[in-house]
Ligand binder design. Sequence first.
Ligand SMILES: *Cc1c(COP(=O)(O)O)cnc(C)c1O
Length: 414
Amino acid sequence: MPTKKASLAMPDTRGRFGDYGGRFVPETVNVALDELTQAFKLAKSDKEFKRRFANLLRDYVGRESPLYFAERFSAQVGAQVYLKREDLNHTGAHKINNCLGQALLAVRMGKKRIIAETGAGQHGLATATVCALFGLECVIYMGAKDVKRQAPNVRKIKFLGAKVIPVTSGAETLKDATNEAMRDWVTNIETTFYIIGSAVGPHPYPMIVREFQSVIGKEARRQMLKRLGKLPDYVVACVGGGSNAIGIMSAFLKDTALKDTSVKLIGVEAGGHGLASGKHSATLTKGKPGVLHGSYSYLLFDNEGQVILPHSISAGLDYPGVGPEHSFLHDAGRVQYRSVTDKQALKAFKTLSITEGIIPALESSHALAYLMTGEEFKSKSTKMLSAKSPVVLLCLSGRGDKDMDIVQSKLEIE
Ligand SMILES: *Cc1c(COP(=O)(O)O)cnc(C)c1O
């Protein structure tokens, strides 16, 4: 049964968020994860580490990212929509925040070799970027199919000096690349740091990723209060593994109806092409708990009980699981999880582009699309915007340059 009393702030000492998370790994990995937990704990209270991280977020990533009132888009949905502009970060998404933090940890721990897995290539790109920055050896595991599908990112990763290893086992996609990266880590654990790209994996990764992405929520909360003198009514973010969502939501988890500040939190998953039954392929809305990649969390299974990838137009959202903290927040009812289809995401992609001159990532388009479904703001069906309209803070997790080819091909089909 879900442990609703579990803290909304941190996992327990075993890395559990309620029933979820923890570690399901071989002993060699367990030792390395203990070492990482310790290094992270020390780094977190080290002024010099914090100063270095903060300076790089400012000078290298370009933080703080702006909070932008999207007025013409707001008129389309009947809510006052404020975009947290993670799309303006160096490398075009929120992923760099986490990669920078983990690479600094690697340097601190004396590790000279970095490995990572990537599906769409965005995490591979951010990892290769920080490895170039710190002069670290970098090996990126990628499913052979993804290597073909994501050629532009593969080219960039190689150009930055990293090595790309195509993985030909299984379905040749992200799940297989992750297995291969884990195998590499077990073999080279003394010298190698594994940079995980979302709020997933064995403890302490979900905690570490949340910490490095929490800058999004801290900034946005401060910006909101400064701009409006109040908190938003809603915080909305797309959920793949869940790192941009937990990054922005972490600053609002405690704003529940129990206090007088009540902020509704909504995570939007990829529902793929949306089946005729009305059911979607989204992990939290359709999956059930199980163990994958060293952690206990919600996963998607096929009829034979095999873990499957959700099918989505956005490669960055088709991770087979979701982070343990989201599983906990789902069961605790603190965050509502919804899903939208590829088609709805495409429509939102187009709408933000033509109303605001901002081309969003397809992943972020899922969050935007949820606002456009009218599910939340039904009573405002006239979509008249006023100062009384609900205030929405939405994490625009990335920019859409990388998605132009796929969007064009889909829109031509229609
Ligand atoms: C990778 C990615 C995501 C999904 O990852 P989370 O860990 O769920 O945030 C969302 N948006 C963009 C732009 C991405 O690159």
